[in-house]
Structures are given as C-alpha cells and as structure tokens.
Design a protein around this ligand. Sequence first.
Ligand code: NOJ
Ligand code: CA
Length: 731
Amino acid sequence: MKPLTLLALATALLVGCDSKTTQESAWVGEHVLTSPSNTLTLQFGVTPESGTPTYSLQFGDKAAILPSAMGFELRGDTRKKEFWTDDAEAGDANAVCPLNTGFVVKEVLTDTFDETWHPVWGEESAIRNHYNELLVCMEQEDTGYLMNIRFRLYDDGLGFRYEFPKQRGLAYFVIKEELTEFAMTGDHHALWIPGDYDTQEYDYVESRLSEIGSLMTKAITPNSSQTPFSMTGVQTSLQMKTDEGLYINLHEAALVDYPCMHLELNPETNTFVSHLTPDATGWKGYMQTPCHTPWRTIQVTDDARKQLASRLVLNLNEPCAYDDVSWIKPVKYVGVWWEMISGKGSWAYTEDYPTVKLGHTDYASATPSPKHCANTANVRRYIDFAAEHGFDQVLVEGWNEGWEDWAGNSKDYVFDFVTPYPDFDIEGLNAYAHKKGVRLMMHHETSSSVRNYERHMKEAYELMNRYGYTSVKSGYVGDIIPRGEYHYGQWMVNHYLYAVTEAAKHHICVNAHEAVRPTGLCRTYPNLIGNESARGTEYQSFGGSKPNLVTILPFTRLNGGPMDYTPGIFEMDLGPVTGGNNNSKVNSTLANQLALYVTLYSPLQMAADFPEHYEKRMDAFQFIKDVAVDWQRSEYLLAEPGDYLVIARQAKESGQWFVGGVTDEQKRTVEVPLSFLDEGRTYEATIYADAPDADYATNPQAYTITRKQVTAADTLTLDMARAGGFAISFK
Ligand code: NOJ
Ligand code: CA
C-alpha cells in the first residue's frame, strides 16, 4: 500500500486514471478510482456540509449508482456520553448514536492487485482476481472514532467494506443499523423476493422498483418460518436492469460474524438502504475492534452474460483456509428423499400418534409404519441403483430417531443425530454401499434447535467418520431455538460457519438447507459444497414454482455459491406417483430438468426422482449419468434474467462439453453457436430436446433425442417449449 500525504489529497486523487468529473452524477467526490480497464469509475468523499462518507459509481459515461451515503447508527451506551442523542439518559441502552456524519479523511492508500487462483471445484479451473483498491481512513471529529472504508474496483463491479481499527474508546460496539445507501438512477426493472429474516424460499417477482410495495403482500407466500419485515424490503442478491440496458446486481461477500444484509427501498428516490437482520433483542451487530463488515457488492455490466461470468463475490472472499483439500470431492447423488417430499412416504418410523403426542416415542414397542422410506431394504435398492449408474452417494433422510414430532413443536431436544431407527441398519448399509463403490450421505435435520445440534455435533461427526460418510445435508426447518433468533442474524451466521469448520476437522463436506444465502465463503471453506437457501425442487411438490425461477436463480441466489436445487424429476404429475396424496404438478418439461444440470451450477447434483421413474426412460437418464459436476471452463452463450439462458461447460477431467438451455413460461427458438468447440474437430452431439408438442402444462414429458455430427463452425437452431429447454452432450 502506498500512503498518500494530506497535501496530495487536497488535489484530486489519481488512481490508474485521470481525475475528470462526469456530467451524469450531481455530486463528485474528490477521490477517484477506476477499474483495471477503465470500465467503472468510483468517486468517494465526505460531504462538505455534514461530513457524511459518500460514494457513487459510473459505468463508462453512464451513472450506475448515484451519490449514496455510508455509515451506521450505534447503540448509545457504547459511546461517549456527550455524543448521545439529546433525550438519552446516561447509560440508556436505547440511546442511538450516529456514525455516519462528522467524518474527516485522514489518509488515503491505493493499491492494485492481479492474481489467478484455482478453486477446488467450480465453474472453471482458474479465476482471475484483478482490481484497484482505495482505502480511505477517516476519523469522526467529535468522538475521535476511527472508521476506514476499503473499496475494491473490478471491471465488472465494486466491493467495499467498513473496517474498524483497534482503537481507544471503541473496543466494543453494537450496531443498531447499517446505513449504506445504494441510490439507483431510475425506476429499474427488478427480480426480487421479499425481505425476510428467516427464509428465501419465495418465487421471484419481476417488476419495476416502484411496484414492489403494491406486489409485496402477494409475494409473501407461506413458509415454515418467516419474518418479512417491510412492504418495500427485498433480499440480495438482487438483480436489476436499467432502461439504458445496464445489469446491476446488489449482494454481499464474505458474510462472517455479522448479520445478513437486506435492502429497504425508498420508492420516492429509488434508493435502497441496508437493513440488517436483528437478534432477539432487536439490536443487530455485535462488534469488537479490530473488525470489519462483509463486503457490499455492486456488479455492473452491459451484458447479462457478463454478470453470469462475474467472479467478484468469490474474489472478495479470502483464499482457501485449508492446507489439504484432497478430501473435498464433487458429488453426484441419488437419495431416499423425493419419496417423502412428494408425499408418498414418510420420514417417521411410526404413526403411533397417541404415544408420540406426549413427545416420547417408545421405539422398541412402536408399530413400524409401512410408509417409512429409510428402511434397510429400500436403501439397498437405492445403493444398487447408484452403483449400477455411476453415482457417488445415496442420501438417506429419516434414518434417525425423532421424526415423529420434529416440526412445529418448538421442542428443544429433537434429534441426537446418532441413533438410527430400528429398521435402518447403519453398519450393514454403509458396508454394503462401500463394497459397491458408493457412500451414504448423512442427513442432519436440526429442526432449527441449534443449540441442541451444537451439543451433539462432535458425536454426530464422529459417527459419520466411524461409518465412512464424507458429506452431510443439514437443515434448519422452523423457527430458531434459542427462541427469538433469526435464520439470518449474526448468531446463526456464526453457527453455519462453525458447522462447516468443525466438519472440516472430520473431513466432511456440508450442504446446509435453510441456512443464510451464500456469499462466496466456499472459496475459503470449499467443504461448504452446497446450500439450498432458495426455492428448490421441493416446491414443485408443494404446489409448484413459477417457470421463470430457473432463469433467475443463476443471476441471484447462485451469485454467492452453488445451490442444491435437486433437479431431475421425470414424472411431473405427482397424483399417480403418490397414490393420490399430492395433486401438485412439476412446472417444467423433462428436457428442462436435464438442462438444469448445466444451467444451475453445483458441485453437488442430485438425480432426485425415483429409480423406477428413471428405469422407464433410460435414454433420457443417460444425460444425467454422463453430465459432469466439476468444470474447467464455462461459456455463457445466451442470457436474459427471467427469460432464458444457454450455457456451455467443459468437464474438468475428460474435457467433454455439455450445453444446457432453459426458458421461462414462453416458448422460444434459439440459435446456439458452437464456436466454443475445438476448431477442426468433428463431434457427435446428442441433443435432448422438447418434442414439438411438449408443454409444461399439458405434455411435460414429451422429449426427443437426436444425434448429429457438428463442428465449431455450426450453429444449432433449437426449440424450447413453455418451461422447457434442452441438454446436449458432445463426444
Ligand atoms: C427441508 C429441506 O429443504 C428438504 O430437502 C428436507 O427433505 C426437509 N427439510 C426435511 O429435512
Ligand atoms: Ca427447504
């Protein structure tokens, strides 16, 4: 870092560019930073009137973020008495003190950084991390408190975070609210879900910013734990498009020891302000200096494909924390899961409800339910299927005691995570699987009784080591215990990471459902191999998801890390599948289900349907068998958020190419150039597509499979049905 003198600061600060001002922004900060190829320009300054830290961002000659204020409100009793608000009593815990005004800039440091790093798994094998940096060191004049803001400007976006150096007088402090603004330049088109402290399992709404308020009530659909907080609050990662054709995405990176950030919209000014998830007391962040916030990220491009290719969120995370990563492996799996989610079978061992209602099931005397799916014979059937078709693992849910009264009871001690049901032979099944080259995947549903999980975690991981499990799917259904905590508060954010770092000590990979949405931490902790944290395939069984969902997730939820979406459903009408227990229909064609293995990137991919449904359509199932789960290169061929996506990926070891394409509720014909293939070579393309009469509502399972000789010079013309798509493998 190069320190700059205060004298130098009196003039404009030059970082890799000139100090020209722009016409479009009303306000110009005196500190200017440009991105490595001059695509983006950041301006920063403290306003002359109030000393408020303020930034703005330009894309070329277009404003992307108008002047936006920065700072915090702190709990007053952490501050010097003379700066509490007038009406606050000495020691009043509810006093509020501003940490957003009265700042002077003391020092400015600049830097530039360029490296290429290699993720353990990912959408490509090499990622370039190239940015210019500006570190602004400030002091609040009245209090003497020190607060720095570090900006990292990439060609595809900006990251910034607040840093609090170790200092006298501010050892501990409590954040009432973060006041970071993101001032939009207009009434942008947005793809949003309701702001909520407990869930992201919502369908997306496509609307103008000005329409969010009127559409909110309808957007808040039921969930087992939900705390929407405002009529104009939305979640990140938020994808927008301006009328000038800029794609703007707001999110955060490296969420550690801090509450998850939502965005509260002021519809009068099109300005978002950060809204942190509180804890049970209503306060938000508990800080001890030296410390810093997560990065606030603003990705800006003029092409939706560049947003998909952006690695800004991963790049802002720390390098891998583990020396040895040889035990971390991508996983393709099947599982005893859809049987229960669809409503055909159950997780619970017994239906002896009178005993269960008392909360104490006596398993020795209980009558086994014929619906219990995780029984030894059924699990063996899945192991056989996995072994025959080359899957790595078999997830088994409902293997352990406690499912009779696990949900909705606010019960503290639900599961012990180590005691199998009487009909699940844990030792024999693991031995059987290993003999066939397959592993079982562990399942830890915590029912959000989080202290109970932490109390049992060591023994639970030790049990996994004893039987040779290498990955766990965990889950946080229902309201958090301790009561009053939220899924996205600081306490839970710390818990999720604790579960991952403790798992690493046992060489276990974690796939947490209902956890906070990812912020790129998988770069640092690559055993965080997946998350749900959005509306996955399970909702196709809970009444269905909108067809556009899968065209939005790569721009929003997947921006922070992979999703365990669990695709691969081949029987779309759940009535006959569940013996009439469920009349939901999967809003997708079969070809669309295949495409998801390419378009929804994850190193952890499930083939979620029943073995017998795949056995009926082995020709289509071949694509799921063939498709890779770890990639050397990804090419984003066509993309428009909320409408369609076509992505090509090259497998890491074999070098084989795969393409996936999906559309929303509109049928479309797309031209797919094959220029990503090696020139001068001829490939056999196997194209799995919607049949001419396919349609998600009337004929979802109609597909065609055609084979063609192609070269890099060819362009394929492909039709997609409503909620349809295509998948292609090249040989
Ligand atoms: C919700 C998860 O998303 C789902 O996959 C799981 O089967 C249930 N919880 C039960 O743990
Ligand atoms: Ca879920």
